[in-house]
Design a protein. Structure first.
Length: 153
């Protein structure tokens, strides 16, 4: 019995572990980490679509490549300023204001009345053009664009 106890004692470190503290911090920051990982995934997909490297994105954002590495790791607590810059450079939705700006641009170019339903995740927009037909545009929360559906009359 002593032999097993000695073997086990050799495996266990004498140094104090911060595992419980780390788990508490992780649990506390779970929502932020989830969003950060979603943003990282969107950024990685978009730079791949554009044929860019992380270094190219760093140059466009005027930050260091190390900062981009932190962003795409999904562990960075991003500031609003960084999110706005990423949105502008990559032309992808990261904040709801991006969608609102796209809606306003659509409204201006198509001369339509747009009604928004904020109760659903993502959003659904019913567009009533100046013609009798009606078009319904929808986008999911993690989408890069709109799906257009003609509605039955």
């Amino acid at each position: 019995m002593t032999n097993k106890r000695e073997k086990f004692s050799k495996l266990v470190s004498n140094e104090k572990s911060n595992t419980l503290q780390n788990l508490k911090e992780r649990k506390k920051n779970r929502a932020m980490l989830r969003e950060s990982k979603n943003i990282a995934f969107k950024v990685l997909l978009r730079i791949k679509e554009l044929g860019w490297k992380q270094k190219d994105l760093a140059e466009k954002l005027e930050v260091t490549p190390q900062q981009i590495t932190k962003i795409v790791s999904g562990k960075e607590n991003l500031t609003i300023d960084t999110l706005v810059k990423l949105q502008a450079v990559l032309d992808i939705p990261l904040l709801f204001s991006y969608a609102e700006n796209k809606i306003n641009a659509f409204e201006d170019t198509h001369k339509v009345e747009i009604k928004q339903d904020y109760a659903k995740p993502g959003f659904t927009i019913c567009v009533t053009p100046n013609t009798p037909s009606v078009v319904k545009m929808t986008t999911a929360q993690n989408s890069n664009g709109f799906d257009y559906y003609p509605l039955a009359q």
